[in-house]
Design a protein around this ligand. Sequence first.
Ligand code: NAG
Length: 221
Amino acid sequence: MMVGTVMYALVLARITALVTHSRVSENVYKSRYDELCQYMRQYRIPGALRERAICHLASRYQGKWFDEKAILMELNEPLRREIISYNCSNLIKKHPVFKDANPLYLLELLDKLEFECYQPGELIIGIGTVGDCMYFIEKGDVEVASPGYTQILSDGSFFGELCVMTDITKRQANVRALTSCRLYSLSISSYEHVSKLFPKAMHGMETQAQQLLQNLGTSIE
Ligand SMILES: *[C@@H]1O[C@H](CO)[C@@H](O)[C@H](O)[C@H]1NC(C)=O
């Protein structure tokens, strides 16, 4: 009888541990979420802004929070890169820049991309601010607007490349999310790293950037 009770307790403890364990990422998410709410309450952040921040967290992490960098660092390089490539397969399918790329260049580039989410209406880039990265749209629509020029870009396009590929340091347009957007950003330093390794690979994008620069002509300060 005693043995049965102990066994039962042990099994129960094991099951509880398993269940708790299987919810690690949900629990971490929940505590991140609570922390954000407490933080915003503490600093009396206005209600509308609070809502947007909560919305961002929900769409960025979808209820589970992983320390992604640490998790991927546990693996070896080929595994890590294979996982990242698989994770970016939607992006690769949609972008001509990636679709026909040399696989070695592609791995190097994907490794440097950072995933970002934006809600409808959010300003992704503000005209006149200093730009330190460019963006690839995996999913969503954005509006590019500068005085006398508007354009809508969607899945498979990129923007913000002038600050990365030319001498221009300030953003030349506002870019706003029209729908909820899933983007990947590439910083100037990552771009320089990759283009040093694969000087020809980015040629198409660079030509496009130079063309855009010419079209903008004298309006650039
Ligand atoms: C993989 O994609 C998810 C979104 O689908 C994103 O949250 C995550 O950061 C991406 N990871 C990498 C390494 O690109």
